[in-house]
Design a protein around this ligand. Structure first.
Ligand code: GN1
Ligand code: MG
Length: 342
């Protein structure tokens, strides 16, 4: 990888070195660094080309989304252009990099969140989609086609199972059975989208709790971040991702499964916050499916982690062998807890 300090010089920061640099965050996809000069701080990211091969279309979405959000009075990420006045820099090795201004005096919610944080995060995602509902055309690029197309995710899982290229299925029998037990959930949201009772909307598509920044002083939401997957999708997937990330009593890769349950009080706050944020946009069918979205999306996520494990971990960054299997187990435990609740 090219030295991130060298990359920083390609951006029109208006701030002179010296530069302090440290890796940041727990993202599964991109490489992220906090870079500070003496006068300003920025977030520098190397975009993972295996997952986002077309950086130009990704950044085109990014620019349109942030420009529109700003025109609506929302705080959003501020892209710093390169010295050549384009939205990203491609290094000699072909990697794409982008720079945004660091939003000072912010932090993510506590884990687990307070009920108030849950309400506010959900309201922020609802409002985010409401702000984007009149984004001027054309349709945003589908940067990862079929991203929340759960039947397609099931197809990928079944193919991985069949091929078993790493000989890992024997060690994951229980998890495989747990996925298959709920395979009839996979077409529910996709079917409602296909028949039109659940409309296509511009949504975040990775609506996890830690993609919301809170103001450290006021405790209010400052900004929704991680805009890579903002594209056409469904409210239900955003709400489901919120439930699986905010209402879980432990982190996504907690291995002590006794600690992993779904907190109903938090789910209630998420629901109220989301309904408030969306205003009157939800259709009757969206409202009907909202209480099921958490378990559907946690199941989809378990399927994605397990598929990656079976294929030899080509997609998600792992920190030790078996990490994706542990993540899948964790999400399946959450599915169980959510299913018991209804
Ligand atoms: C990935 O960017 P990051 O690491 O928050 C993934 C999401 C998954 C998530 C699992 C582009 O998100 O869809 O829900 O990991 N993003 C992509 O926590 O695949
Ligand atoms: Mg993401």
């Amino acid at each position: 990888m090219t030295d991130p300090v060298e990359i920083l010089a390609q951006f029109a920061t208006g701030a002179p070195p010296p530069v302090h640099l440290s890796p940041l965050g727990a993202g599964h996809i991109n490489d992220t660094f906090l870079v500070g000069t003496d006068s300003a701080r920025f977030i520098l990211q190397r975009i993972n080309a295996a997952i986002f091969p077309d950086a130009a279309t990704l950044m085109d979405n990014f620019s349109r989304i942030t420009t529109h959000l700003r025109s609506r009075g929302a705080t959003t990420l501020e892209l710093i252009p390169t010295v050549e006045d384009v939205s990203f820099h491609r290094d000699a090795g072909g990697d794409a990099w982008r720079l945004v201004r660091y939003i000072e005096n912010t932090r993510t919610a506590t884990v687990p969140p307070t009920p108030q944080q849950a309400y506010c995060a959900a309201a922020a995602y609802g409002e985010f989609a409401r702000h984007l509902c009149d984004l001027p055309g054309p349709r945003l690029h589908e940067v990862i086609p079929g991203f929340h197309d759960t039947p397609r995710r099931l197809g990928d899982f079944l193919s991985a199972l069949e091929a078993d290229p790493q000989g890992r299925t024997d060690g994951a029998r229980e998890e495989i059975e747990a996925i298959l037990e709920h395979r009839d959930w996979c077409p529910v949201i996709a079917g409602a989208i296909a028949e039109g009772s659940v409309p296509e909307r511009i949504v975040h598509n990775d609506a996890k709790l830690d993609n919301v920044l809170f103001d450290t002083k006021t405790g209010k939401v400052a900004c929704v971040i991680d805009l890579d997957t903002v594209m056409p999708g469904s409210f239900l997937h955003d709400f489901g991702d919120l439930v699986r990330s905010a209402a879980a009593t432990a982190a996504e890769d907690e291995t002590d499964l006794n600690r992993v349950t779904a907190d109903q009080e938090i789910i209630d706050h998420l629901t109220n916050g989301f309904l408030h944020g969306c205003g009157d946009m939800l259709t009757a069918r969206e409202r009907e499916l909202l209480p099921l979205a958490g378990k559907f999306v946690a199941h989809e996520q378990a399927m994605r982690f397990l598929t990656d494990y079976l294929l030899g971990d080509p997609y998600y960054k792992i920190h030790h062998p078996g990490h994706n299997l542990e993540r899948a187990r964790n999400q399946l435990q959450l599915v169980k807890s959510l299913a018991e609740a209804g």
